[in-house]
Design a protein around this ligand. Structure first.
Ligand code: SAH
Length: 393
């Protein structure tokens, strides 16, 4: 099938942007079923490349190749080989993102490795249609004991795809997979945890927390399975409090605490809503000194563009509260993983929160994901994870 763009609407594809929005399309010739390859042409008929097509989503084509190269099993093998080659540059860990969707030239495909197990998410109809080729390529090129599928979530629903969870190849992963990242042990629930089980994207920031934590009283907000908590404790923190609303998440965090042989008295695990927790001034039980290293890594407050206003309000509120409880000269690592809130916009919200809190902040570093989370340079929407390291007056 062929998709012909409107005049003047080929620029972003030529610039390497992986998405063609339905509004840019003049006509569709020989329309196929959702997820099938389509050749994309400029208005003058020049071939721009091939992508996977969907008639019902605002992203109508997700580009995979430029020029005349079509989408086939050989392309899938090449893309996966190129993605794996990049991961040889990631240091001391047995858990990495092997394929990062558009950033690896493979829209809709996420592949994570957790020790001996590989987890795949086919999030779009285009990626879904290539499942067998992907599994064959991964089975041939990784020493995985098992490949597990976790294809679920909003994007899939919007693509008209049902949830698919189960074994794709080899053995089923156990309920808890232990990974070792820079000497830290983390417990991953591959079958039922958030995303594919762990937030691999925060690895460089866990390393940073480990370096900064010595002697500090650490407050890890939205802790999930305690990634930052383990890093802080291993870095010599005086105390680490982990706050999350999910009992299952905290159970993983406590299991990880034990796997790392950390002293029980060093860690507190609090099941609470972060907003309430900070409002109630229950931080460190009220009587203890305030935290001097705060990690604030909330869930994406905006799941779609129309949530942006609400998301801004959420970020402002939670940053304000965190800044209010931080000790003088505390370090704050604050993050946003909302794709729909751009980096400048989010930084502005954090600055406004600092003003409201009456706490001047020094910007020490801008933070982002590790090199196993590449993004196409032209694809600003791919840069979802952003963070700031601040020192709070
Ligand atoms: N910082 C974590 C990832 C956070 S994911 C890491 O590095 O691994 C977001 C977490 O926030 C989830 O574990 C979810 O259970 C929790 N959560 C969502 N809303 C919450 C709320 N209002 N209060 C407390 N926890 C919340």
């Amino acid at each position: 099938m062929r998709v012909v763009l409107k005049p003047g609407r080929d620029f972003s594809v030529r610039a390497g942007h992986p998405w063609v929005f339905s509004g840019a399309i003049a006509r569709v010739e020989n329309a196929d079923v959702p997820g099938r390859p389509a050749q994309v042409c400029a208005a003058d008929g020049r071939v721009l490349g091939w992508g996977t097509w969907h008639p019902a989503t605002s992203i109508a084509v997700r580009m995979m190749t430029r020029g005349v190269r079509p989408i086939d099993a050989a392309l899938v093998r090449e893309r996966i080989a190129r993605a794996l080659a990049l991961r040889t540059l990631v240091g001391d860990t047995d858990a990495v993102r092997l394929v990062n969707g558009e950033g690896d030239g493979f829209p809709g495909l996420v592949v994570d490795r957790y020790a001996e197990f590989v987890v795949c998410q086919f999030l779009t109809a285009g990626a879904d249609a290539l499942r067998d080729d992907v599994v064959a390529a991964l089975a041939a090129s990784t020493p995985a004991r098992g490949i597990f599928e976790r294809s679920e979530g909003n994007v899939r629903t919007a693509e008209g795809l049902a949830r698919r969870v189960g074994v794709l190849y080899g053995e089923e992963p156990p309920p808890e997979v232990v990974i070792v990242e820079c000497g830290r042990r983390h417990v991953v629930d591959v079958r039922g945890g958030q995303k594919t089980g762990f937030f691999l994207d925060q690895r460089p920031n866990r390393d940073l927390v480990e370096r900064l934590a010595a002697g500090r009283r650490v407050l890890n907000l939205f802790a999930y399975s305690g990634g930052f908590s383990i890093a802080a404790a291993r870095g010599g923190a005086a105390h680490v409090a982990s706050v999350d609303s999910s009992a299952a998440a905290l159970a993983l965090a406590e299991a990880a605490w034990r796997f790392n042989g950390l002293a029980e008295a060093l860690g507190t695990f609090v099941r609470a809503d972060v907003f309430d927790h900070l409002r109630d001034d229950r931080v460190f039980g009220g009587a203890a000194p305030p935290p001097d290293l705060v990690v604030l890594d909330p869930p994406p407050f905006a799941r779609r563009r129309s949530d942006r206003e609400r998301a801004r309000a959420g970020y402002r509120d939670v940053n304000l509260r965190a800044l209010r409880v931080a000790a003088p000269d505390a370090l704050l690592l604050t993050f946003s993983c909302s794709q729909h809130v751009a980096v400048e916009e989010w930084e502005g919200v954090v600055a406004a929160a600092a003003m409201d809190a009456g706490r001047a902040c020094q910007l020490l570093a801008r933070l982002g994901p590790g090199i196993d989370h590449p993004q196409a340079l032209a694809h600003a929407e791919g840069r979802y994870l952003k963070g700031l390291l601040l020192r709070v007056e």
